[in-house]
Design a protein around this ligand. Structure first.
Ligand SMILES: Nc1ncnc2c1ncn2[C@@H]1O[C@H](COP(=O)(O)OP(=O)(O)OP(=O)(O)O)[C@@H](O)[C@H]1O
Ligand SMILES: [Mg+2]
Length: 510
């Protein structure tokens, strides 16, 4: 028997046939998965449950997924997958030596057949998803009638539910003129599901944002990433965390558990892009930015590291840059000194993949972190989310073109982030409606949006403004479609101005 290390399995690529890739992609959309390894696992399980061994897959031209992603990590069940596969091979071919090749080929055959069987199950399910799940549970898997009760996995339920396309109406309050409820269709056709909430201190921005998030969460179950970029007040509200089903992450006491540079090792181009994004984020995060000499240096120094490795902590970015400076006889400058300062705190630890991190509700607060660190952590996070969303299929739409919401990013106290004009946040607002992203932002004044591109402002589907003295004309023109006649300074407490069906509305929110 050949011996090989399990670590080889985690690092090796696995694939299916091209036909399974095609059929699997369709199923992937029907089932609302967020990553292809999820479907691959379901297919493997489906095929392993059959009494015979599959006939050989037609080819190996399907998606290539690395072992550590396909099977998860060792503590997450990867060894169990390996045991099931080895046992299955052994049962059908008792004398076959198990080698990496044999394992890859068995995975290919099972995966390819599994997709085909799942497809047949799907086509035989008259009422879609519910029937399909019923078939898998009651007819394909032999499950005991009773057993320990498992806590329902609210994450998975959320991911599934969130990908159901249907109209999502948010109740903003009562129209001041008609006394009717003011309802806004978040995922209507022809505009973006993004919301900008503005108003002076204490006017009700945070309360409004949370009210809308709760409604959205109730209707979709979609995960909410709620970022308190300012005061840290949202981290200490257990009832809020409960309502959103969110884990609270208080940076830097607990670092953000995300592999910020995930995917950088896919290709040299990816490494270059991630290095450029990092450089832009560092530039925008630092009060005085980077000089024209520093920027290409940072990119060049980091490309090899990003190309070779995944799960890179910020400390390794610092070390790599220090080495590059030393090797090239470059004098110390603020790139190194600011990274050293930032690394006094643990801003993030690269534990979770973007799919894992963004698949669950979280409240992020930055109480103890200095401004520059807070900005860098958030900018890296925005870039990571942008890159992650780019890899995902479009969110499904129903027959009336209501798109499902996959994730809501809500940023309270967004002013410093808007002021920095970071490209990552702008991309989230402008580019990912089709991926099912909704962005909610609360900041004090319409002036905070001054200087953003028209394109950006047009992607605000719903502006809401409580009392404020600010009067940025460009913003008013763009967001409120009104040149004059809107008096934000005279709004009473709890009343906001918004635009519904193209017309300005005064709404009693509380
Ligand atoms: N659920 C609630 N029920 C009743 N009053 C509330 C509720 N939530 C907040 N408030 C009150 O409403 C007012 C507005 O609060 P909110 O925190 O939403 O304002 P804000 O515009 O976000 O202010 P800031 O700019 O300081 O963040 C405050 O006086 C607050 O105490
Ligand atoms: Mg607030």
């Amino acid at each position: 028997m050949t011996k090989f290390e399990t670590s080889q399995v985690w690092l090796s690529g696995f694939t299916s046939s091209a036909e399974a890739k095609r059929a699997g992609t369709e199923l992937f959309h029907h089932l609302g998965f967020s990553a292809h390894h999820q479907l691959a696992r379901l297919a493997l399980g489906r095929s392993l449950g059959e009494a015979d061994f599959p006939s050989p897959a037609a080819d190996a031209r399907g998606f290539n997924i690395k072992g550590n992603l396909l099977f998860g990590d060792e503590s997450g069940g990867a060894l169990l997958w390996l045991a099931l596969l080895v046992e299955n091979i052994h049962k059908h071919f008792p004398s076959k030596a198990i080698s990496l090749d044999v394992l890859q080929s068995a995975v290919r055959d099972h995966w390819s057949r599994g997709v085909q069987l799942l497809n047949e199950d799907w086509e035989a399910a008259p009422n879609g998803y519910a029937d399909f799940v019923e078939t898998l549970i009651t007819r394909r898997a032999v499950l005991p009638d009773d057993g320990d009760t498992l806590q329902p996995d609210s994450d998975q339920a959320a991911t599934q539910q969130s990908m159901t396309a249907k109209p999502l109406w948010l109740d903003l309050g009562t129209n001041r003129e008609s006394n009717d409820p003011s309802l806004w269709l978040l995922n209507g056709r022809g505009y973006s599901p993004n919301v900008a909430i503005m108003g002076q201190a204490g006017s009700g921005k945070t309360r409004m944002m949370l009210k809308l998030l709760a409604q959205l969460r109730e209707q979709t179950g979609a995960p909410v990433l709620l970022i308190d970029a300012g005061k840290d007040e949202l981290a200490d509200r257990p009832e809020l965390a409960r309502e959103l089903g969110a884990e609270v992450v208080k940076v830097p006491k607990s670092p953000i558990p995300l592999d910020m540079f995930a995917g950088s090792d896919d290709s040299l181009e990816s490494a270059r892009d991630v290095a450029m994004d990092f450089c832009a984020s560092l530039d925008k995060a630092l009060k005085d930015g980077l000089t024209d000499n520093q920027k290409p240096r940072v990119v060049e120094a980091l490309k090899p590291l990003l190309a070779q490795r995944r799960r890179i902590p910020l400390a390794d970015i610092q070390k790599t840059l220090e080495q590059h400076y030393e090797d090239n006889g470059i004098n110390e400058d603020r790139v190194l000194s600011s990274l050293r300062m930032m690394n006094q705190y643990s801003l993030f630890s690269p534990e979770l993949t973007p799919a894992e991190f963004f698949g669950k509700s979280r409240i992020l607060a930055f109480g103890g972190a200095p401004d520059e660190s807070r900005r860098l952590a958030l900018f890296l996070l925005f870039d990571a989310l942008h890159r992650h969303l780019q890899t995902l299929p479009e969110a499904p739409m129903d027959a009336e073109f209501h798109r499902a919401v996959r994730l809501v990013v809500a940023i309270d106290e967004a002013r410093p982030l808007l002021a920095a004009k970071h490209d990552g946040l702008s991309k989230l607002v402008r580019l990912h409606r089709s991926h099912g992203l909704a962005v909610f932002m609360a900041s004090q004044s319409p002036d905070d949006y001054e200087g953003q591109s028209d394109d950006y402002m047009e992607q605000i589907g719903l502006p809401i403004c409580f009392k404020t003295n600010a009067t940025s004309t460009a913003v008013l023109n763009n967001m409120f479609k009104a040149r004059k006649g809107l008096n934000f300074a005279a709004l009473e407490p709890g009343v906001c101005l918004t635009v519904l069906d193209g017309a300005a509305n005064r709404v009693s929110a509380f």
